[in-house]
Unconditional design. Structure first.
Length: 338
């Protein structure tokens, strides 16, 4: 007997059910955030009549009572987060609809501009809580501010208000790139082919580090110029800026000839690979040490978009990155006054 059930009706019912479940989940999340915000408000008001020296004891005792009577979710740290949630987001209507776990990670960021940046990027890039935590831990905000060699107030405001915007090729560059997800000790010697293989094995992590809109095309992509074959270490395509992104990995220091080689790769992709509608390809040379002097002289005068940036196997010192940003901002302020 022929099957009378059309697969389309199954698919249509599945879509309706999944949509309903998503809406229910969204409503529950909104109500939970509102409840935690109101609890935070209540805690702040209640503490006004409590001696400052007894605040921690109050939270500890309150946590035990609430856990015994209402169940999980009222640890002392969570109660402090609810207070901070209310104080950080004084208008509950302005909440972005992220999960409570997302907001707990955001509350760990003290700088308001940086926190707003991470909030916007979580929404724009659909980061999981784990991905958000990783970006905060690796100081993405500060790295982006330092990527073009200087931090300025306009860049701070743009990142805080919009997240990452791809207006120019330089907007995709970070300084440095962080490969802590590879688990390689900082001083362990490594061949370029081994680094490439390790990045491919962890391609999802590498795509997260590269940023929004990147798609992996392949590794060791052959280029034939004249009678000679050359190979680009890694090729990506960014669907937002509509351009191929060619990456060359260098274990040692940046050399002028590295930039000349990348320039040839970019020219080849521009003439032989680009389709109608593609923007000019972008070249990124990732090296263990990108000398600013070498980069300045070797990159000067090139028409192609080629960038040199450092990579590191460990999470950078966040405080040091913040100091670098503050120094750059102060130098900018001083130059404006003269």
């Amino acid at each position: 007997m022929a099957d009378l059930i059309d697969n389309k009706i199954i698919d249509d019912i599945r879509i309706i059910l999944e949509d309903a479940r998503h809406k229910v989940s969204s409503v529950i999340n909104t109500e939970l955030l509102t409840a935690y915000w109101n609890i935070g408000k209540l805690l702040c008001e209640y503490e006004k009549g409590v001696d400052k020296n007894n605040e921690k004891m109050l939270m500890s005792d309150l946590s035990k009572r609430l856990t015994n009577e209402l169940g999980k979710g009222f640890s002392r740290s969570n109660l402090f987060n609810m207070k901070k949630f209310y104080l950080t987001y004084p208008a509950v209507q302005t909440l972005s609809g992220l999960s409570w776990s997302h907001y707990c990670e955001l509350l760990s960021v003290e700088d308001a501009d940086a926190r707003k940046f991470y909030e916007n990027e979580t929404i724009n890039s659909n980061w999981s809580v784990r991905e958000l935590k990783r970006q905060i831990d690796t100081s993405l905000f500060e790295r982006l501010l330092l990527s073009n060699g200087k931090a300025n107030k306009q860049k701070v405001m743009e990142l805080a208000q919009q997240g990452v915007t791809y207006n120019t090729p330089s907007d995709i560059i970070k300084e440095p790139y962080v490969f802590e997800f590879l688990g390689i000790p900082e001083n362990k010697p490594m061949l370029e082919k081994d680094l490439e293989r390790a990045l491919i094995d962890k391609i999802e992590n590498f795509l997260l580090e590269l940023g929004r809109g990147f798609m992996f095309v392949g590794s060791q992509q052959r280029i034939t110029i004249g009678n000679s074959h050359y190979y680009v270490d890694m090729v990506f395509y960014n669907k937002i800026i509509k351009a191929y992104v060619l990456i060359d990995l260098k274990i040692g220091n940046l050399k002028p000839e590295n930039i000349g080689q990348m320039n040839a790769y970019v020219n080849y992709y521009d003439k032989e690979v680009n389709d109608v509608g593609d923007e000019k390809p972008i070249g990124i040379i990732l090296c263990a040490n990108a000398s600013e002097v070498v980069a300045e002289y070797a990159l000067g005068g090139l028409e192609n978009q080629i960038f040199a940036s450092k990579y590191t196997y460990y999470i950078p010192d966040k405080e040091e990155l913040i100091r670098q940003v503050e120094t750059a901002m102060k130098e900018l302020d001083d130059s404006d006054k003269t």
